[in-house]
Design a protein around this ligand. Structure first.
Ligand SMILES: [Zn+2]
Length: 118
């Protein structure tokens, strides 16, 4: 299921992250995960965020959402991703802000760059 958090929930987690001093370490995607977890919790569910990111854990704690680390699930590697163009093979950093190749316009794909042992 794909869900987008409401603006009001995003605003709430943004404020919570400011209170605990983690605001600048969190990406928009991080905030969305936290906001969704908050919404699920308020809907009477028991969301669990799986992350090794201390800032996310810290804010989750602040808003009363449970979290656990990847190790708990026996996940032993974290992948670092790289984006690449399947047509002209140009490489892009994983945080590249466009979805298609700047040279040929082909939609970019991603692949693991390396595995980092946790
Ligand atoms: Zn290309």
């Amino acid at each position: 299921m794909v869900r987008t958090p409401r603006n009001s929930s995003l605003q709430e987690v943004r404020e919570a992250s400011r209170r605990v001093g983690d605001a600048r370490y969190l990406s928009e995607a991080d905030l969305q995960v936290l906001a969704l977890a908050l919404e699920l919790k308020r809907a009477g569910l028991h969301p669990l965020i799986v992350t090794d990111d201390y800032s996310i854990q810290n804010v989750a704690n602040q808003i009363g959402v449970n979290f656990t680390s990847l190790m708990t699930y026996g996940i032993r590697f974290r992948f670092n991703w790289i984006l690449y163009c399947p047509a002209c093979h140009r490489k892009y950093p994983s945080d590249y802000k466009f979805k298609s190749c700047e040279v040929c316009g082909t939609k970019l794909k991603r692949k693991p760059l390396r595995k980092t042992p946790l």
